[in-house]
Design a protein around this ligand. Structure first.
Ligand SMILES: [Zn+2]
Ligand SMILES: [Zn+2]
Length: 157
């Protein structure tokens, strides 16, 4: 079993790089996981994408954002929100499931406590990324996120 992690006192706060868009999360996240797919690598211009999944009803956003649409190979269409001033990508949302939002976790003001429940698309992860033995691992897209959500609930306190 992984070491327990503590979610900081609510609300959690975050925002874009320039500060024009700020957000407040008033409830605990549903799950936090890492995606090593090549699309997340391209989108973030980095090693992987961080998905910090929350209920949209728990998220309050201040500031102007722009939105673009992306269709994944799975066929799902996503809305992707970003700050038009600095370009930081902040939120992804499946169009057919607007009840939940994936926050790009690097936008949180305090990222020191984060630890993912698992890793998906490890078949395309960068070679230097070492995944802990006790993490949930999926070589590609999981059929659903049930196991990841369950693991997250087990490791947070
Ligand atoms: Zn900005
Ligand atoms: Zn991905």
């Amino acid at each position: 079993m992984q070491n327990k992690i503590s979610i900081p006192d609510l609300p959690l706060k975050g925002g874009c790089q320039c500060g024009a868009v700020r957000y407040v999360l008033t409830n605990k996240p549903i799950v936090f996981y890492i995606c090593h797919c090549t699309r997340c690598q391209k989108q973030s211009s980095s090693a992987f994408g961080e998905s910090f999944r929350v209920y949209a009803a728990d998220l309050e956003v201040a500031g102007e954002m722009k939105t673009l649409q992306r269709t994944a190979p799975s066929g799902f269409t996503f809305s992707c929100d970003f700050c038009p001033n600095c370009g930081s990508r902040l939120f992804h949302q499946r169009e057919e499931n607007e009840a939940v939002v994936n926050i790009k976790a690097g936008s949180l003001d305090d990222t020191s406590w984060l630890k993912p429940a698992g890793h998906i698309w490890t078949s395309s992860k960068q070679a230097w990324v070492i995944i802990p033995d006790d993490a949930l691992v999926y070589e590609q897209q999981p059929d659903n996120y049930d196991e990841l959500v369950k693991r997250w609930a087990e490791i947070v306190e």
